[in-house]
Design a protein around this ligand. Structure first.
Ligand SMILES: [Zn+2]
Length: 90
C-alpha cells in the first residue's frame, strides 16, 4: 500500500509566484557602452500617459538620452538635474 508521498504543493512550489530580482535587459547605451537605456514615461498635457517617451542612459557620467516629442526625435538634450537650473560656479 503506497501512501501519498508526493505532496502537490511542494512540487509546484517553484512554479508560480516566484519573484526573481533579475534585472531586465534594456538596450545597452551605444555611447558609453556601459550603461543601459532606461525607458522613461511621461504624462501628456491632458494627463494621458506617454509610455517610453524618453530613453536615458543609466550611467550618470554619460547622460545619453533620446526622446520623442511631437513626432520628432531628440538626442542628447540637456538633462535637468532636478533643481531648477544649477549654474556650474563654485
Ligand atoms: Zn551611456
Amino acid at each position: 500500500m503506497r501512501g501519498p508521498l508526493a505532496v502537490p504543493w511542494s512540487l509546484q512550489g517553484s512554479g508560480n509566484g516566484e519573484r526573481e530580482m533579475e534585472p531586465r535587459s534594456w538596450p545597452i547605451c551605444q555611447q558609453c557602452k556601459n550603461g543601459q537605456l532606461l525607458p522613461l514615461s511621461d504624462f501628456g498635457s491632458q494627463g494621458a500617459p506617454i509610455y517610453y517617451k524618453a530613453w536615458v542612459c543609466s550611467n550618470p557620467s554619460c547622460g545619453f538620452n533620446i526622446k520623442i516629442r511631437n513626432g520628432d526625435v531628440y538626442i542628447n538634450e540637456p538633462i535637468n538635474s532636478g533643481a531648477a537650473f544649477t549654474p556650474r560656479s563654485r
